[in-house]
Design a protein around this ligand. Structure first.
Ligand code: FEO
Length: 400
């Protein structure tokens, strides 16, 4: 990422990772990502807000060299995860007088993750301020977006809120600001779905907390910044609300076509009733796309054959992932195709212990669906239609 001056003496000095394809060895990155780091030069002190992933340390150092930075007083660690903290040791080596400024919990994590020493730190509390001379940093604790120590840093005079992961997006772009809201909506929603959704209550609290600030710019540490903070704040409010949409996710895996047959029949039956459907073949699906669908959907149906004495391992994986993401699903259905063992339903139910959707009557099909099986699938579609009718459901499509 080329150095960009955001305001006088405030620079974006991080790195773009154009071709990174996966994060946490789990999350696909179809649009790459960036690790944004911000240098703030005050009249008396200078601060670096977050660093970059250790694979991009050289980029950060080159940018600091190009700006002729001879001294950094404070390295603000908004979050301990290594894609932001991983270059702190290199920064401290280059600028040995610098102190890492963060909260006590983050300090604990950084000493474990990076083997920093206690004397490397200045520990701050929620609401504390740090003067750079003519500029003031105010620390706003925003826990559980998405680790317990996460915080934001507010540059008071410039009304810039540095939020790290909060409001971020895994998007590699040369645009420093989100250009059109629709361009960034999908990336930000995918990001929310993958790491923020399990902590919806914390997200709501933190949105309320930062909303009370007078903000000109939201500057996350992934993806573009927002000159229109209301756009991303409103999107977060929508995603983290309890409101669901008239949508059904059908996640299926099929070995010889029977389960696919049932899944596609269910999709048609639901569509005939005016219900939106998103179908994912679990053998090829981008789990980020499925996570995005889970932000809004009222219902999910998992369709699996029986293999190795139970549900297909990909169906178990999907159910486990859903359980971990804790979406606001209201209803879950299971369809299973089997020949001699029908344990899949109990197994899948057991995977969903962290969420409490109503489990609909399962559809169990012996082999290729017969006429009577199609009737059962239609009954499942009818049941979903009726259940959705009992909800305060919305058809709106947000910023999509
Ligand atoms: Fe971008 Fe939680 O790290």
């Amino acid at each position: 990422m080329a150095i960009r001056e955001i305001r006088p003496d405030i620079f974006s000095v991080g790195a773009i990772d154009w071709d990174r394809t996966i994060f946490d060895e789990l999350i696909p990155l179809p649009e790459g990502t960036s690790y944004n780091s911000y240098l703030i030069k005050g009249k008396e002190k200078s601060a670096l807000i977050d660093t970059v992933d250790p694979t991009k340390t050289d980029k950060l150092m080159t940018h600091l060299d190009e700006l002729g930075v001879e001294n950094i007083d404070y390295v603000i660690a908004n979050h301990a995860e290594q894609d932001h903290s991983g270059s702190i040791p290199a920064v401290l080596e280059r600028y040995p007088d610098a102190k890492v400024v963060t909260n006590a919990k983050c300090m604990g994590f950084l000493t474990d993750l990076l083997h920093l020493e206690e004397e490397d730190f200045i520990v701050i509390n929620d609401g504390d301020e740090l003067s750079l001379g003519d500029k003031t940093l105010k620390f706003i604790f925003t826990p559980w977006v998405h680790w317990p120590e996460t915080m934001s840093t507010y540059l008071v005079e410039e009304k810039i809120l540095f939020t790290c992961d909060f409001f971020g997006s895994h998007v590699a772009t040369s645009d420093i600001y989100a250009k059109g809201n629709h361009d960034v909506y999908s990336g930000a929603k995918r990001y929310y779905a993958e790491i923020m959704m399990p902590f919806r209550a914390a997200v709501r609290n933190n949105v309320k907390k930062v909303e009370s600030l007078d903000i000109d710019i939201i500057a996350p540490s992934h993806g573009p910044m927002y000159k229109d903070p209301k756009f991303i704040i409103d999107a977060y409010k929508d995603w983290a609300s309890d409101e669901v949409r008239n949508e059904v996710i059908i996640a299926f895996i099929s070995m010889h076509g029977s389960t696919r047959n049932a899944a596609e029949y269910l999709a048609d039956s639901l569509m005939e009733k005016g219900i939106s459907v998103k179908v994912f073949n679990l053998s090829t699906a981008d789990i980020g796309e499925m996570a995005m669908a889970l932000v809004d959907a009222a219902t999910m149906v998992v369709a699996t054959p029986t293999v190795l004495s139970g549900a297909h391992p990909m169906a178990i994986y999907a159910a486990h992932l859903v359980n971990a993401l804790r979406p606001k699903l209201k209803f879950v259905g299971v369809m299973t195709s089997y020949s001699w063992g029908g344990m899949a339903v109990q197994q899948l139910k057991g995977c969903l212990s962290a969420i409490s959707p109503e489990v609909l009557e399962p559809v169990m099909i012996k082999g290729l669906p017969r006429e009577e099986d199609l009737v059962k699938i239609d009954e499942l579609a009818d049941e979903i239609f009726k259940k959705h009718g009992t909800l305060n459901i919305t058809e709106k499509s947000g910023g999509e």
